[in-house]
Design a protein around this ligand. Structure first.
Ligand code: NAD
Length: 484
């Protein structure tokens, strides 16, 4: 059914970011048979606060800061989404990003509605003490407006914020609500010592790896592009060696046996068809201040040209809008893994699809961060580290099984073999093991769901991902008995 509501926002223009997200939504909704009223409800932004507050600068002057928090969908509570500190944050942007969070959470079965917060500042212009005052005051305002809480709305880091800001938020929340036993779960992305979970830092990159690996596991899909199944041996170019790009590249290389042939950063790009050692490149950049002149690699002065290098998999992991109608026809990669948010423009998307390139959409592929945030929230609510109750038991159990097998076999293992088997097999899962395993399962399962929709409906992966989200959110409403 084609939705009849126009792709406009309550507060934005028909050309704004929120309207763009709604256009993607509408394209997917056209392949479903949900009632227009349900589609309208899913698309709508359920709640938004906009406020201003004064903060005292270190020099004694006063700045008035504008801030927002949008809760896009209350079909599941709490809502969840990052807080960004950026000078151009606006109401349209937070609504759009909150909507994407709703769809992202639904796609990977993380039981949250979507939200996003924004504080209109250039964080680099403020001292740490000033940022702390801003963060605490922002949190105070969210508490007063009931836009934060373990069962209400749970922020996380985004552009311009990190674990330090999350620790300030948690501390402010705890001070103001000192009878809330679950205060730790009011925010995720905290330092491990403050209730954070192991594996959160690398979660988005690790999720990108699992998603691309799952795509490569389908021999039929790979055959269509003239590729062999599997991640091993695939040549990869990565744009951006930050949090997401670095971890994606490192894990693809170390765990997937992929060959990282190109890396692009702000200062330029490097290419070596025989493969670059990711950690060595990071070390080279740390010592020389640049990835350029890496031993054995060819320099590419214009960084964006790296997107056009010959490779099987291209992973833009830096900025939005880097693949456009200008460079789409020069892209040689067969698979594009959208690690960054919105790296491919709508026109480029169409051009690439017409050439048979497999685009793995951002709304699915970079969901590793929110997935592991969910594990952090669960850890905080259970007040126990994942694996704490079972690790030693699993270890002993595996040892008992190995010893029993040894006793049952006519020819006993020699002691050395038995000890080495116990060492290799007889261990219990650590928190990191459990987080990685949960993330792997989540990414693989969601990919397979989206792929089935793609095959059934004859659509691209992005549309299929949105269809998956719409169907799941519509089902939540139906299960609540709110809609038929
Ligand atoms: P980051 O700041 O850690 O890394 C970005 C890297 O890109 C930096 O090293 C920067 O120098 C580099 N870069 C900037 N401009 C470039 C250019 N023109 N060419 C090449 N490199 C350039 O950021 P991040 O957290 O890794 O996020 C990257 C992208 O992934 C963003 O789009 C972000 O929204 C998205 N994302 C991040 C997360 C997360 O958990 N961090 C989750 C979901 C989506």
């Amino acid at each position: 059914m084609t939705p009849s509501a126009p792709a406009t926002t309550q507060n934005g223009s028909a050309h704004g970011f929120f309207a763009q997200v709604n256009r993607m939504f509408d394209a997917a909704a056209a392949h479903t048979d949900h009632l227009e009223g349900i589609l309208h409800q899913i698309r709508a932004c359920d709640g938004i606060v906009r406020f201003e507050f004064p903060i005292k600068r270190d020099d004694g002057s006063i700045d008035v800061v504008q801030a927002y928090r949008a809760e896009h969908s209350h079909h599941k509570k709490p809502t969840k989404g990052g807080i960004r500190y950026a000078p151009n944050v606006n109401v349209d942007e937070v609504m759009a990003l909150a909507a994407l969070m709703s769809y992202k959470c639904a796609i990977v079965d993380v039981p949250f509605g979507g939200a996003k917060g924004g504080v209109c500042i250039d964080a680099r212009q403020y001292s740490a003490a000033e940022l702390e005052r801003i963060t605490r005051r922002y949190t105070f305002e969210l508490i007063r407006k009931n836009f934060i809480g373990p069962g209400v709305d749970v922020p996380a880091p985004d552009y311009g914020t990190g674990s330090r800001e999350m620790a300030w938020i948690m501390d402010t929340y705890n001070q103001m609500t000192d009878d809330d036993l679950n205060g730790l779960a009011s925010v995720t992305g905290k330092p491990v010592g403050q209730g954070g979970v192991r594996g959160r830092t690398e979660a988005t990159g690790r999720g990108v790896y699992y998603g691309v690996r799952e795509a490569c596991s389908y021999a039929r899909d790979m055959e269509r592009m003239g590729l062999d199944a599997g991640m091993a041996g695939k040549t990869v170019v990565i744009q951006g060696l930050g949090n997401v790009g670095y971890h994606t590249a490192r894990i693809m290389q170390d765990e997937g046996d992929a060959v990282i042939v190109g890396i692009a950063e702000i200062e330029g790009a490097i290419y070596d068809p025989d493969g670059l050692d990711v950690d060595a490149v990071v070390e080279h950049r740390r010592t020389t201040g640049s990835i350029l002149d890496f031993p054995g690699a060819r320099n590419i002065a214009e960084s964006a040209k790296a997107l056009e290098l010959p490779c099987d998999v291209l992973v833009p992991a830096a900025l939005e809008g880097v693949i456009t109608e200008e460079n789409a026809s020069n892209i040689q990669a067969k698979i594009i893994g959208e690690a960054a948010n919105g790296p491919v423009t709508a026109q480029a998307d169409q051009m690439l699809r017409e050439r048979g390139v497999l685009l793995i959409p951002d709304v699915y592929l970079n969901a590793g961060g929110v997935t592991v945030s969910y594990f952090e929230w669960l850890r905080n609510l259970s007040h126990v580290r994942h694996g704490r109750m079972s690790r030693r038991f699993e270890e002993r159990n595996a040892e008992r099984i190995l010893r029993a097998v040894d006793e049952l076999t006519a020819e006993h293992f020699d002691n050395e073999l038995l000890d080495s088997l116990i060492e290799r097999i007889g261990f219990g899962a650590s928190e990191q093991d459990l987080v990685n395993s949960g993330l792997e399962d989540t990414m693989a399962f969601a990919y397979d769901e989206i792929r089935i929709i793609r095959e059934e409906k004859g659509v691209d992966m992005r549309t299929a991902a949105f269809i998956s989200a719409i169907n799941k959110i519509a089902k939540s409403y139906a299960d609540m008995g709110i809609f038929p």
